[in-house]
Design a binder for this molecule. Structure first.
Ligand code: AMP
Ligand code: MG
Length: 505
């Protein structure tokens, strides 16, 4: 990293927008490059997340002011910030790149939120850095608003995720297939440390920095492991467990990340990097949305095993810390990795029990079969994943028609399955079970055609109304509202045919 010139570190006195405490910049010397965001010509606030600002202990009005906009656009580096581009490596679609890093992102600094949690404040789209390679370091309005929508929807669904504090239009064009209006996102994360961050130092056999990184992660995400006699193995186990939880949550809402490269997997267990992601409609485990994922590596149904593959890359990076004896280190890491499918399956079953209104305990195999058989039925009849689960509760309220309509006239197998399901529910109080199901099965998700419509209106006509409307709906995903009925509808056949999302972010 020393071959990169340090960026000027200019701080400007502004009203104290953030109270920074930058532990990464402080302790991770040689793991990032001091850099500055690019100046932008005509910043304009597209959206400020006021609720998140308050959660962070920030003043939303100050952020929305001229001075706040100057900060959120990157034009002014606020006092206490130490903007850095973080180094990381990563396996992309299976191939290793020893150097990726923040090519269009900068970590501005860390704050302690109102709950005492340390949170990163970072830019995405803030211009070139020493890690940009051929890229322009910029982002366009569409992808920035996509990340805003999907990350905030994920949060509202209770799924660990990076958040979006603000989206700012820059007033300059970015060039993709054609000129597009530029924008910049302020991302909030438990940390931006990725599997690929560990790989960066492991690939350089820089065990000293690797150890420092691992200790930093333990202090930050797993403080209870600090005195553990096997703390690096325990760290691996903790990261595996968080990812098992996360993957089970993704699978439970039909979320497809789209580009599960190791640089896009956090050690905090938060979902990160919303590029070609989308929510599945008609259930099919082979669903792929990313235009560049031509082989279906990151298809919906492959996500848990890809997570395990990525975690194996993390384990490899950690080997020198786990045991000085290489074979013993590998053996011990392997035992942790091999537990992943069971851990995932455990969390998946817990999620499915919630979705089906089943008690939290019972015959695991029988409940797993019940859930899998429902999924198989949905697949056979191309039923919308979200509505398929949501409409189940109506059956318990004596209204099977909304569910039956999804399966079509000859819904063979559905009646049998419903009978099995209701037998399993037994004497449970059905009204209460139905209410519980509605509190975990969303009715509103960011449907692809609605997201595309909102991004297009913002990009082509500078019209943010569809974005605002959609954001309002998907951040309250569980309570059904008559006025929002259209937002619950799947795309028409034409709209969903060959739907692809692009990485051109
Ligand atoms: P991603 O596909 O977003 O996970 O990014 C993979 C790598 O490409 C990271 O190192 C990014 O910083 C870099 N990258 C993506 N887009 C750009 C861009 N427009 N300019 C510079 N670097 C980029
Ligand atoms: Mg990435």
């Amino acid at each position: 990293l020393n071959r990169f010139p340090p960026g000027e570190s200019v701080s400007v006195s502004t009203p104290p927008v953030f109270q920074f405490d930058n532990s990464y910049a402080r302790t991770m010397e040689g793991m990032a490059v001091a850099w500055r965001p690019a100046q932008v010509p005509a910043p304009r606030l597209l959206r400020l997340n006021r609720a998140l600002a308050e959660e962070l202990g920030l003043d939303p009005d100050a952020l929305a002011s001229e001075a706040g906009l100057a900060v959120l656009s990157g034009n002014v580096v606020p006092e206490g910030a130490q903007p850095i581009a973080q180094a990381y490596a990563g396996h992309q679609f299976g191939g290793f790149s020893p150097q990726l890093g923040d090519g269009r992102a900068l970590l501005l600094g860390e704050v302690i939120d109102t709950l005492g949690q340390r949170r990163d404040i970072a830019f995405k789209g803030s211009g070139r850095t020493p890690f940009s390679r051929g890229g322009d370091g910029k982002a366009a309005v569409g992808p920035v608003l996509r990340e805003y929508l999907i990350s905030e929807a994920m949060h509202a669904l209770g799924i660990p995720t990076t958040r979006t504090l603000a989206a700012v239009a820059t007033g300059e064009a970015v060039y993709r297939e054609r000129p597009l209006p530029g924008a910049l996102l302020t991302r909030v994360a438990a940390s931006h440390i990725r599997v690929g961050t560990f790989q960066f130092f492991a690939a350089r056999q820089d065990t000293e920095r690797l150890t420092r990184l691992a200790d930093h992660v333990i202090a930050r995400h797993d403080p209870s492991l600090a005195d553990h006699e096997d703390r690096y193995l325990a760290l691996l186990r903790a990261v595996c467990e968080r990812q098992a939880v996360l993957l089970a949550r993704w699978m439970g809402v039909g979320f497809i990340h789209g580009v599960m490269n190791t640089d896009n997997m956090t050690v905090s267990g938060e979902t990160i990097d919303y590029g070609p992601c989308a929510f599945m409609e008609a259930f099919d485990p082979d669903t792929v949305f990313s235009s560049i994922d031509t082989r279906g590596r990151y298809a919906y149904g492959k996500q848990p095993s890809i997570a395990q593959w990525n975690l194996t890359r993390l384990a490899e990076a950690l080997l020198p810390l786990i045991d000085t004896d290489e074979d013993r280190a590998a053996e011990r890491a392997m035992a942790v990795l091999q537990a992943f499918p069971d851990r995932f399956s455990h969390h998946w079953l817990a999620g499915m029990r919630g979705k089906l209104g089943l008690p939290a305990t019972g015959d695991d195999e029988a409940d797993r079969d019940l859930a899998n058989d429902f999924l198989a039925l949905m697949q056979r009849h191309a039923v919308d994943f979200t509505l398929g689960f949501r409409r189940l509760s109506s059956v318990l309220r004596g209204q099977p028609e909304p569910l039956q309509a999804l399966f079509g006239a000859e819904a063979d197998g559905l009646a049998d399955w419903l009978a099995r399901w209701q037998a399993r529910l037994g004497a449970a109080p059905l009204a209460e079970v139905a209410r519980g199901m509605d509190s975990v099965n969303p009715i509103y998700i960011p449907r692809n055609h609605l997201v595309e419509h909102a991004l297009e209106a913002a990009t082509e006509s500078d019209n943010l109304a569809p974005f605002e409307a959609l954001l309002g709906v998907i951040t309250r995903p569980y309570d059904e509202r008559a006025n929002d009925a259209l937002f619950a509808q799947p795309a028409s056949a034409e709209e969903s045919a060959g739907y692809r999302t692009f990485c051109g972010t």
